[in-house]
Write a protein that binds this ligand. Sequence first.
Ligand SMILES: [Zn+2]
Length: 220
Amino acid sequence: MSGTYHSKNILFLAILFLMIVRPAFYQDQQPIASPVIDVSTDPVTDPIAARSLVKRTIKILAEKGIHLETRMDRIKVELRTREKMKQLVQVGEPGGHHRTRTVTQGDRTWVSDCTLTFLKGQREDVMMGVAAHELFHLWQSERGASKGWIRWIEGTANVAKYLVLVDIDNEKAQKSIQHMMEDRDPVYGKGFRKALKYYDKNGMKKYLEKVYKECGGKPK
Ligand SMILES: [Zn+2]
């Protein structure tokens, strides 16, 4: 009698465990949920503060399964006024810009240096989303995967932005996500949603393999 009761109890606990734990993981065991990012809404006017924000964003992306190879001493971070940014950024993201120089020898491609430029005075939380987008372009460059269809190149960079914003628990971040979800732009809106759908369905590992393929890179 007590044995039956005991095994029923174990069964109940096992089902409860599966219900709670299983939905938190994708097929490749990458967790869906992660802790809320604690970031201020203060304007960033100091390049040193911008640099540490970039460092934090690199760490968050790594926690999500996006690992950058370029070391911080090869990344320059600068802040520019709105007028200067307009000269740099023609379309899409007025808050950020990246320039990377790559070296290719045989099958290997690597980034020799990268400059990330951000709009001066952006809120910290906003800049973190922009940094994620620009850093994903760096990830693409490291793998020679910045060619191919523009929808995939920019759409997948926006997925990186989304993955950071989704963990920032404030109204501005949620509004940015809403904008991305409703944006009619074929590249930053539709391209983003198509890439996000692929990520949601397949998890990070397969998603990154797909980015290699679509953006013209070679798997390492
Ligand atoms: Zn971009």
